[in-house]
Design a protein. Structure first.
Lengths: 417, 149
């Protein structure tokens, strides 16, 4: 029996080629060269389906939600709440009300820091982070710590950029009130063993927050499997619009938490004496939310679902191995962050050449990478460097783009030789 | 836009072999400069006698543009009065960041003219001006580190 072509599952290697046409910006010409976009950890590009969903919303579906009795408002409300359902299924949450829409991962962390942590923190309490956190998972805890007399501690890592798990276990103390850890490091690419971390914290009754801003776009993330109490991510790093993200939280915790911001939509009744809060999750969504963003995020999740995160992960693993080998072969290039479990990101430095010069020279070839401290100054301090150059990949990147990067780096080295 | 306009031979030379890259033990003025975007950090040392810069130096780590700019600056300001230093910074600033045409209208820049290409790379202007801002801060005796952000 012969198989028809359509039944043959495309190999992982065909994934980028098959999907690139879905992303209009990838056809751009920058400074006379085809765009090579390798700054996906900063933000990902958007498929046409997302761009069109946002446009369609403003063209023909725009109305405020949760209040109009008219058809248009009901349709907008349905689309917005459908998007919440999509996020819930994407993360395998138990129910849609465990998803709070936020502006992004940063706002979601701030929400947990102020509404969950701050009311319970006392002087001497500890919040345990890792040494590779993004500033967005450090500063909100420092603010809560300053307000309460608690303190922030960070689990150290080794020279490869891997968390020291025995240190983690040791630092979990009777004073630890919360563990907040990054799933995938945006500056090193390390994948942290968050399931083990949650298990160890849970055994001591300590709640956990996972920063999944750099993981949900690369592989399957399941909040029930992880068993974490909170998880945050940003829509724009998941091929969705900017200004929208989500907080997953156990409903039982959301029920007990006070509101984060006050305003319209988060109340059930208001008098000048007292207001009653709306139900979860709307209690945490004061004011008119980013309706178009939420709808666009839902469409981005649909898009990723059609491709399949397992295929995405398989192709990205191949691309990562290829890029690591290609970059490691360049004389004078040192990879910063060589953890065994890694995803998405390769940080590197060149002997005697500042990352910003690398970035400017590559830009002249249309190659977009990030250079700087990547909002991770403690990580830079740990490795004794001011900055790195960072190549960060998405499933639409190709091996020939990695070749272009390697050729560009060779030109940089020649220029400074 | 040509990369060679930015990374001119003189700039590459001063990046690889920065001049006056040392500390002045009996400095009358010094200040730290920090470019948060790049992570560039440098310290500028000045010895001023009778209103004239008799020695200038710097130390630190930064990108090619900021290192070369600091190196060439120390050479350029040595021997100049403080008024001349301020005026030179004004002309230099016009060349790298001023309105179009300012570059052509700023004579007497000497070697510093190699930074004219920076204006085509707006995100790098702060790299080129960091050491100059730091000198201004040192002369004002500011205690807090200067930042170009």
């Amino acid at each position: 029996m012969t198989r028809r072509a359509a039944e043959v599952e495309p190999s992982a290697a065909d994934l980028a080629a098959a999907c690139r046409d879905d992303f209009p910006i990838l056809e751009s010409v920058v400074r006379g060269h085809p765009l090579v976009y390798l700054d996906n950890a900063a933000t990902t590009q958007k498929p046409l389906a997302v761009i069109e969903a946002v446009e369609t919303y403003y063209r023909s579906q725009n109305a405020n939600i949760h209040r109009g009795v008219y058809a248009l408002s009901q349709e907008a409300t349905r689309l917005y709440e459908d998007a919440r359902g999509k996020v819930a299924r994407f993360l395998n949450a138990r129910e849609a009300r465990e998803i709070v829409f936020t502006r992004g991962a940063t706002e979601a962390v701030n929400l947990v820091a102020q509404s969950f942590a701050r009311p319970m923190l006392k002087s001497g309490d500890e919040i345990l982070l890792t040494a590779m956190e993004h500033h967005s998972n450090i500063v909100p805890w420092q603010l809560a710590a300053e307000q309460t007399g608690a303190r922030v501690r960070a689990v150290p890592m080794n020279d490869a950029g891997e968390l020291l798990m025995d240190e983690f276990e040791r630092m979990l103390s009777p004073r630890t009130r919360l563990v907040a850890a990054v799933h995938v490091s945006n500056s090193l690419g390390t994948v942290n063993p968050v399931r083990e971390m949650v298990r160890a914290a849970k055994a001591r009754g300590i709640p956990t927050l996972i920063d999944a801003a750099q993981s949900v776009q690369h592989f399957r993330v399941d909040v029930r499997e992880l068993d974490c109490d909170f998880l945050v991510f940003s829509g724009h790093k998941l091929f969705g619009p900017t200004g929208i993200g989500a907080l997953y939280a156990r409903a039982s915790l959301l029920e007990k938490m006070p509101p984060y911001q006050g305003g319209g939509d988060m109340i059930s009744s208001v008098t000048f004496e007292k207001s009653e809060w709306n139900e979860v999750p709307w209690k945490f969504e004061a004011g008119t939310p980013n309706i178009a963003g939420a709808i666009g995020l839902g469409v981005a999740i649909d898009y990723v679902g059609r491709i399949g995160l397992d295929r995405i992960a398989a192709w990205e693993r191949e691309l990562m191995d290829y890029a690591m080998a290609k970059l490691a072969a360049i004389d004078g290039l040192r990879i910063v962050g060589t953890a065994r479990e890694r995803s998405g990101v390769i940080s590197f430095v060149l002997e005697g050449i500042h990352p910003h010069d690398i970035g400017t020279i590559l830009d002249a070839d249309g190659i977009a990478i990030r250079t700087g401290h990547h909002c991770c100054q403690p990580v830079m301090d740990r490795f004794g460097i001011p900055a790195t150059a960072r190549c960060s990949m998405a499933f639409y990147n190709t091996k020939s783009e990695i070749d272009a990067l390697a050729d560009g780096i060779a030109r940089v080295i020649r220029m400074f030789a | 836009m040509d990369l060679r306009d930015l990374y001119q031979e003189t700039i590459l030379d001063h990046t690889k072999r920065p001049r006056n890259f040392r500390r002045i033990e009996n400095a009358t003025h010094h200040a730290d400069g920090h470019n948060r975007l790049c992570g560039d950090r440098l310290t500028v040392y000045l010895r001023v006698e009778d209103g004239r810069v008799v020695d200038a130096s710097f130390q630190g780590a930064g990108c090619a543009i900021s290192t070369a700019s600091a190196s060439l600056m120390t050479e350029a300001i040595k021997g100049k009065t403080l008024d001349e230093v301020h005026a030179l910074f004004g002309r230099f600033h016009d060349v790298v960041a001023g309105p179009d045409g300012a570059a052509a209208a700023a004579p007497d820049l000497g070697k510093l003219a190699v930074f004219a290409g920076v204006r085509e790379f707006p995100v790098r202007v702060k790299c080129a001006t960091l050491s100059w801002h730091t000198v201004e801060a040192a002369l004002k005796k500011q205690d807090t580190p200067v930042s170009t952000e």
